[in-house]
Design a protein around this ligand. Structure first.
Ligand code: UN1
Length: 509
């Protein structure tokens, strides 16, 4: 994308592109489909990050007293602005992170959806009343605003994941300080520039802050700051391992949404055409750069050959449709940067080295841009998955799908493989068998935060709680009761009587 086009997108949002030009300390925003710089931005330093944190903290004192439904009305207005500018924002997501235009539109739609959801929530957040064991006592719980939330987001969902946090946090009465990925600052600037005025017009402009700065020292200082009772961070397991102990050291709360090493199990009874479509989208969509991307595939032996043939054919077609993410006829855009391409190639070399085979795809396309053909890989036959996953343990953030068959009738084995990695984000089973479904959903079934039957691992709706177990971090964002992470629970007991009966029947007189 040319800089003029980028400036036009910003202008359509009534914003100016704050391009400071190349220079010391400025951040280059790279278009992954060309490798060229789109713009250069000034970065926050410790002093400006401190000022923004302080402003958010001061704003919290007022926002927490603003009625919940009134906060919901602000979030509804934010959703309206997003609706009105969906196309421009999608173009920006597409340009900055290389997501195909249709998927980029879907990402903006997720933002709109969560605003709708949070607006409804703003009239329904509530606690319960419990029966007290003491006469004339009333016991209930209430949920109160928690404080400023630090939201660290990743490049692959540069705006949607922030919005899951921000929309919910704001209706809960919490300001949000956003530290976006340095690979996607333009998306953050645009969304902030579009939505922050909604809050400003209502006198709560400081409830939305944007800090674009390096991890060291800016993000580290934010993570350590006790003014953030909650740090919500999305990214790699390595990032979570760096953030969580720092927040724990000050006894703060974290909401972590980290890596996935997601598997699909295909039983012999499955609709193989349906499975093929779901696997292809899950594994190759977004160029394999979703945390929910399908990375491992376990197929019941008697259909392994048939499914492999269908997938190989699908991958060959997909390989022809890798290219410019702005072109709606393409299915796969570029990887985020040259390092991601290098990791993709290195992993395929390692797999071949260990006796695995690349059945389809796997080529790096000539530049400019960071394009690769999604790879379908047969796991090295010598690798004993009951003992180790070898290279498959690693979440290579690129489109590599590992395929392995399991003996007929041994769903238990496939479930053990599904659960055998350190992450526990998403999982799926393709089957026509009710028994298999019940096994998958039983306490001995999938150990992931997301478990789907006859659909793929990626592409969750916002209405459910999103997140996973084990090294995925345990956090839940977006729908269901994920809002509880953004509030503090208070258990309240009122004595309406004249006596003072003690709990547990204790006598103390
Ligand atoms: C992510 O990759 O961090 O379920 C989020 C999905 C999307 C969200 C992915 N709705 O694939």
């Amino acid at each position: 994308m040319a800089s003029a086009e980028l400036a036009a997108i910003f202008a359509s949002l009534d914003l100016e592109l704050p391009d400071v030009g190349a220079g010391e300390g400025s951040l280059a925003c790279i278009d992954p489909s060309t490798g060229a710089a789109l713009a250069h931005l000034a970065q926050d330093d410790l002093a400006s990050a401190e000022a923004k944190t302080e402003a958010a903290t001061r704003c919290f004192a007022r926002l927490r007293l603003h009625p919940g439904p009134a906060r919901g009305a602000l979030v509804r207005e934010m959703g309206e602005r997003l609706r009105a500018h969906e196309q421009a924002l999608a173009q920006l997501v597409c340009a900055e992170v290389g997501k195909g235009i249709e998927e980029a539109r879907g990402e903006v739609q997720e933002m709109i959806d969560i605003c709708d959801f949070a607006t409804g929530l703003s009239r329904s957040l509530g606690g319960r009343t419990m029966l007290s064991e003491r006469p004339d006592h009333r016991m209930f719980e209430q949920w109160l605003p928690l404080g400023p939330v630090l939201c660290i987001s990743a490049f692959n969902f540069p705006v949607a994941v922030w919005s899951w946090n921000a929309a919910i946090a704001l209706v809960c009465g919490d300001p949000v300080v956003w530290k976006p990925s340095l690979a996607a600052p333009l998306c953050a600037l645009a969304v902030h520039g579009l939505l922050q005025p909604v809050l400003a017009e209502a006198g709560f402009g400081d409830a939305m802050q944007l800090i674009i700065g390096p991890d060291d020292p800016v993000a580290q200082a934010l993570v350590d700051d006790p003014r953030f009772p909650l740090v919500s961070a999305t990214g790699s397991c390595a990032m979570g391992r760096a953030v969580a102990p720092r927040v724990a050291a000050r006894l703060g709360r974290t909401l972590l949404e980290l890596g996935g090493n997601n598997a699909i199990i295909v039983e012999a009874s499955a609709d193989l055409d349906l499975a093929t479509r779901a696997i292809a989208f899950g594994a190759a969509g977004t160029a394999g750069q979703r945390c929910t991307t399908t990375r491992r595939l376990f197929v019941e032996a008697s259909v392994a050959e048939a499914l492999t043939a269908k997938l190989t054919a699908a991958y060959e077609q997909i390989g022809q449709r890798v290219g410019d993410p702005r072109d709606a006829t393409k299915l796969v855009g570029p990887l985020i940067d040259a390092q991601a391409v290098a990791r993709f190639s290195a992993m395929l070399a390692e797999i071949r080295n260990q006796g695995g085979a690349v059945l389809a795809g796997g080529e790096v396309l000539d530049g400019p841009g960071h394009y690769v053909q999604p790879a379908l890989v047969r796991v090295p036959p010598g690798l004993d998955l009951d003992a180790t996953f070898g290279p498959m343990e690693v979440e290579t953030f690129a489109p590599i799908l590992y395929l392995r068959s399991y003996p007929d009738g041994e769903l238990e084995r496939a479930l053990a493989w599904n659960n055998g990695v350190e992450q526990g984000l998403s999982s799926a089973l393709f089957t026509d068998s009710v028994r298999a479904v019940e096994r998958f959903y039983s306490p001995a079934g999938s150990d992931c935060g997301i478990a789907n039957v006859n659909l793929g691992t990626s592409g969750a709706e916002i209405g459910g709680a999103f997140g996973g177990e084990k090294a995925t971090g345990g956090g839940r964002e977006a729908g269901s009761d994920a809002w509880k992470a953004y509030m503090r629970r208070q258990t309240c007991t009122v004595n309406g009587g004249a006596a003072l009966p003690l709990a547990q029947g204790i006598r103390w007189d």
